[in-house]
Ligand binder design. Structure first.
Ligand SMILES: [Zn+2]
Length: 998
């Protein structure tokens, strides 16, 4: 049912007639849902006529209005956005920088006892991340007490049923709405300003119910750096019509673009940490993220396969909230509001999954895009589907005000739903928390063990630190624990599953399986932390683990370190075992003044065995206080330096401090930013240079030793051609665009690397430089003949969405593999990772009639292809007891167990110029660790990391992505090894050992 007013009619009526019409109570629309539903009865307050008039002006159709937003109540005390900014939320051609948004929020907080404002974080570029709290005056004065009640409700280990019942009846829980994590999706911060005003001012029964039952948390801008850049780009043509103006937003945050919403597991970005810390401070029942990429409003439930680790109750809660919004928006006569489709609900890497990781409800909207806030004709062709009976219209004029109306109305419906069913949602939360603690003994596992004898204590600590950042508890054993035929030494870490956030920990540490029979996945399908961080994890099902002697780790897990066996009288050197811990690279770059040698092969000294690449730090030439320096550094970076009285008898070379360039293309910063983030985390210095600088620098070797190229585009010719256009496209700070040009700057980003740049790179490598290309950028050296003997292959039979795959070392001597074991888990995604060939037979290649490791015979769920799925919140082996009894009665036989066979791993003919350092696992059933896979034999045995010699230098090409979203910490050191040994990459090749260069 549509409202009776029409825009055409309104336009013809004199203002005096129009405005009273707007405040007609809903009951004057006989037969409408409004008449039947008292909850939408509006306030009897006077309306703000100037503001309301503009709402109507900027709304393009009556059916994009609802009774919740078609007017604004007036206040003598609280300012509207119009009062503070000079325009209303959703004004045509008008977007607001963070400064204006925050100024407005603070103005409301100053004027209203129902609103307060807090800073919850600082972005990488130094901008504030804001939290606005809204509730009734009494509750707002007591926010910390309510937060404390929610904290107690979150932990059934310290709260009894009776206390929980009391908390549920008393507490005013939080509902957190978050805006503008995606800077190109511009409407939500504008909307949230108006929402805060309504929460402060509207005294009608609908809004009072929200205020009296909830604390509404609002973060108007999650990605503060990106918001200001995006507003600069959109507003510049209006402020500076003559131009030139930027026509795209190449950077949002310091590091990443759209995938800032894929950091919810690893928590490397300032925004993710601010959100997680704030979640843990308040335990909001709902985290609701506001996006813009569907017509006209999508409210999330997803179509599955759903994440296998969350409590199934959450799915019902998603549906309940979404169907309430779809129903009520439909009752208001708004077309095009739907749920179900759009995303799968599988991967926990989105920001709002902070809720699911901690037993709350995470959800999101996708509203029709506001873009640059101008009106536009929106053509949509969406067929009616069972989940979308109310389709968007074929054609309509869209405006940012429509966007503000729809997301604000639906959000108010959701707030009201939770407010009026507060105790029910709280009870669900309590049940989910209880079952998370029970999980260790019901469906399991009992826990994950990080053994004390892991050869990489630094990687182990880094993994556990991430879990701790999520608020998960880590215990440490005080005595050896034997369980399931394994003995874990004292000092092992245990992530117990009898803690409130066990589901989150299980989700990050378990293996994932995504069936190709399921709908196309929305994002990555596998992410297991252990292999990707190169840290050993053992999944233990036996609850006996929980009885082991262990204590809670107080504070951040740290790898042990310092000088051992110090004897300043006779010490000639200190030896540091090189184990591919990233912190060893951090130590090297932080101590530039130290002379450090790398052992070119494994050696033994004083009964200790040290692998190739181990650091030998001689006393001579390194100063008298070397022992103290190394002791302090060892404690800081988590490594042991062993004092020795005799220099090890082993060939060495100097561990380098290369001059590094990181080349970007001006085409995309989506994936390469994670490389910068990884380098910055470990203090690796680099110059961030564009393809234009490479093109224009004939002697690259005079400036850099190593040139890194992060992931870019699949077509190398696109890098050579660059951005095209008839007019200059600037990306630099100006009077009208003060927020851009920080990461990189140019008066004109057009133009590419050109053949000149390719030739400069060739000369650079031939002269002794090292060129490192990640994933699809590896097409560049291959296509232009800088890597003779290496080519790429396409496969239409491979199905391998982003997941964790196993690679095996295939060159024992290469410095690139120093510190690594024989096998490693890496991130591969067929959409960005080329399949490389090196002209050699692939080990393990077999006739296609044999099983090829394709994973088509089970449903999506936990565990690998060969493991048992587990449904959450079911007891361990429910039903099995009676099945066994039945079997015994029927004298039936048990099932036999099938197992995999061995597989050959043959080598090819030696080739002095191409070293394949890692290959994908040769055995098809071994290739996939987590994710989904069809056509495994297309990838088995294929080169994964190749080092091709050219002249005096090297081109190092990665097929997989060693720097993916800050979560592939275990493969960082493959790139770090290239840096530390850039002039010595021929080590380990006897014939070439001394044909080395620089
Ligand atoms: Zn988005």
């Amino acid at each position: 049912m549509r409202p009776v007013r029409s825009r055409a009619l309104l336009a013809r009526l004199p203002l005096a007639l129009v405005l009273p019409a707007l405040v007609l109570p809903a009951v004057l629309l006989p037969g409408s849902a409004l008449a039947q539903t008292q909850v939408y009865e509006r306030t009897s307050q006077p309306i703000d006529r100037a503001y309301t008039d503009r709402i109507l002006e900027f709304t393009t159709e009556d059916f994009f209005l609802t009774p919740l937003v078609d007017h604004l109540p007036a206040s003598d005390v609280v300012p509207t956005p119009l009062d503070v900014l000079g325009y209303i939320s959703g004004t045509r051609d008008q977007l607001t920088h963070t400064e204006g948004i925050y100024r407005y929020m603070r103005a409301v907080a100053d004027a209203s006892p129902r609103i307060t404002v807090k800073t919850i974080g600082t972005s990488e570029e130094g901008r504030e991340i804001l939290l606005v709290l809204a509730s009734n005056e009494a509750t707002l004065g007591n926010v910390e007490a309510h937060a404390d009640l929610m904290r107690r409700l979150s932990d059934p280990r310290v709260t009894t049923e009776a206390e929980a019942a009391r908390i549920i009846s008393e507490v005013k829980p939080m509902y957190w709405a978050t805006g503008a994590i995606h800077s190109g999706e511009t409407g939500s911060p504008e909307m949230l300003m108006e929402l805060v005003y309504r929460l402060a001012v509207d005294d009608g029964p609908f809004m009072s119910a929200i205020r009296d039952n909830l604390i509404v948390m609002i973060t108007p801008v999650v990605e503060a750096d990106g918001r200001d850049k995006q507003v600069d780009v959109h507003m510049a043509p209006r402020l500076n019509p003559e131009g030139p103006n930027p026509n795209r937003t190449l950077f949002w945050g310091q590091y990443v673009y759209h995938s800032n919403n894929r950091d919810g597991m690893q928590l490397n970005l300032a925004l993710s940490r601010a959100i997680t810390d704030t979640y843990l401070a308040y335990h909001p029942l709902v985290v609701h993220d506001l996006h813009e990429s569907a017509s006209y409003l999508y409210t999330s439930t997803g179509r599955g396969p759903y994440n296998a680790w969350i409590d199934p109750m959450v799915i019902s809660e998603w549906n309940r909230l979404a169907h309430r919004e779809v129903r009520d928006m439909g009752a208001f006569g708004v077309p095009g509001v739907y749920t179900h489709d759009f995303y799968d609900g599988w991967t926990p890497n989105y920001m709002f999954w902070v809720a699911h990781i901690h037993n709350s409800i995470g959800r999101f909207y996708e509203t029709q895009a506001s873009r640059d806030a101008s009106d536009y004709i929106l053509n949509t062709s969406v067929d009616r589907e069972w989940h979308r009976p109310n389709t968007p219209l074929r054609q309509v004029v869209w405006s940012i005000r429509n966007n503000v109306n729809l997301q604000q109305s639906a959000l108010l419906i959701a707030l009201h739903e939770v407010a009026t069913n507060r105790e029910e949602y709280l009870r669900n939360y309590w049940i989910k928390s209880e079952r998370s603690v029970a999980k260790a003994r019901t469906e399991g596992p009992a826990g994950y063990v990080f053994p004390a004898d892991d050869p990489r204590p630094g990687q182990q600590a880094r993994t556990l630190q991430t879990l701790q950042r999520h608020g998960m508890e880590v215990h440490r054993t005080t005595a050896a624990v034997t369980v399931e035929d394994q003995t874990f030494p004292a000092g092992s870490y245990v992530v117990r599953m009898d803690q409130p956030y066990s589901r989150g920990a299980d989700m990050l540490l378990d293996r994932q399986y995504y069936s190709p029979d399921d709908p196309r996945p929305y994002d990555d399908v596998g992410w297991t932390f252990g292999p990707l961080y190169n840290a050993r994890t053992v999944r233990v099902e036996d609850p006996a683990l929980l009885d082991g002697a262990m204590t809670l780790v107080d504070g951040e897990v740290q790898a042990p370190g310092g000088v051992t066996e110090a004897d300043s009288g006779t010490t000639v050197a200190y030896v540091v075992r090189y184990n591919a811990d990233n912190n060893l690279t951090a130590f090297r770059f932080a101590h530039r003044d130290l002379r450090i040698q790398a052992a070119r092969s494994a050696f033994e000294i004083d009964g200790h065995r040290f692998g190739a690449g181990s650091f030998i730090v001689p006393v001579r030439g390194n100063g008298r206080d070397l022992g103290q320096v190394l002791d302090a550094a060892g404690r800081q970076y988590g490594f042991e330096a062993v004092a020795v009285a005799v220099l090890p008898q082993v060939t060495t070379h100097e561990v380098a401090l290369p001059r590094i360039a990181l080349m970007h293309t001006w085409l995309t910063t989506q994936n390469e930013g994670w490389l910068r983030l990884g380098l910055d985390e470990y203090g690796v210095p680099y110059d961030y240079v564009s393809i234009h600088e490479i093109r224009d620098t004939p002697n690259l070797l005079s400036r850099w030793d190593v040139i890194l190229v992060g992931p870019s585009v699949n077509d190398p010719l696109q890098i050579v051609r660059g951005v095209q256009g008839s007019d200059p496209i600037p990306w630099q700070a100006t009077e009208h665009t003060p927020n851009i040009g920080r990461q990189a700057s140019s008066p004109d980003i057009r133009g590419g690397l050109e053949l000149q740049g390719v030739m400069n790179l060739q000369r650079f490598v031939e002269g002794g430089g090292t060129l490192v290309t990640l994933t699809n950028s590896s097409h560049l050296p291959i296509h232009f003949g800088l890597a003779e003997g290496v080519s790429t292959r396409t496969s239409s039979d491979l199905w391998a969405p982003g997941g964790v795959f196993r690679v095996s070392r295939s060159d024992d001597g290469s410095p690139l593999a120093w510190g690594y074991d024989e096998e490693l888990g890496v991130y591969f995604n067929q959409n960005q990772s080329p399949i490389l060939t090196d002209g050699r037979a692939r080990p393990g290649t077999r006739a296609s009639a044999e099983p090829d490791g394709s994973t088509t015979d089970r449903r999506s769920g936990r565990g690998g292809i060969d493991e048992r799925d587990v449904v959450q919140a079911q007891g361990r082996d429910w039903g099995q007891e009676s099945v066994q009894a039945y079997r015994a009665r029927m004298e039936a036989e048990g099932q036999s167990v099938t197992g995999g066979g061995g597989g050959g791993f043959g080598g090819g003919a030696p080739n002095a110029d191409v070293r394949t350092v890692f290959r994908y696992a040769a055995e098809p059933t071994q290739l996939l660790i987590s994710g989904g896979l069809v056509g495994a034999s297309e990838l088995t045995g294929a080169p994964a990391l190749v080092d091709a010699r050219l002249g005096q230098g090297h081109v190092i090409m990665f097929s997989f992505n060693p720097f993916w979203r800050g979560g592939t910490q275990g493969s960082y050191a493959l790139v770090f090894n290239a840096l530390l040994h850039h002039g010595n990459l021929n080590a380990g090749v006897p014939v070439a050992e001394d044909a080395e260069d620089r």
